[in-house]
Design a protein around this ligand. Sequence first.
Ligand code: FES
Length: 104
Amino acid sequence: AAGWVAACPAAALKPANALRFDHGKKTFVLVRAEDGGLHALDGICSHGNTHLADGLVKDGIIECPKHNGRFNLADGSPARAPVCRGIARYPLEERAGSLYLNPG
Ligand code: FES
């Protein structure tokens, strides 16, 4: 079923940090950039079976902890090798102290 789902309290996601969120059969990475911008992407790196929630968030990218490939937060596109395939991006919003994801 499509629609918004409550993911976590907004305060749980600090600037320049990422959190894992699982919903149904999917796993996501929720990101708050240094500028406060919210981003939700597929949780698993397209290069390998590594979760991005342990990755570094900075300058508009998230860096995979395994081989340091990077994705652009704005659209999930690849930003540094060895990543060469993008990952999907999803709407993420803060409302009344909670984060809501629309997994589509
Ligand atoms: Fe992410 Fe290799 S598993 S860069």
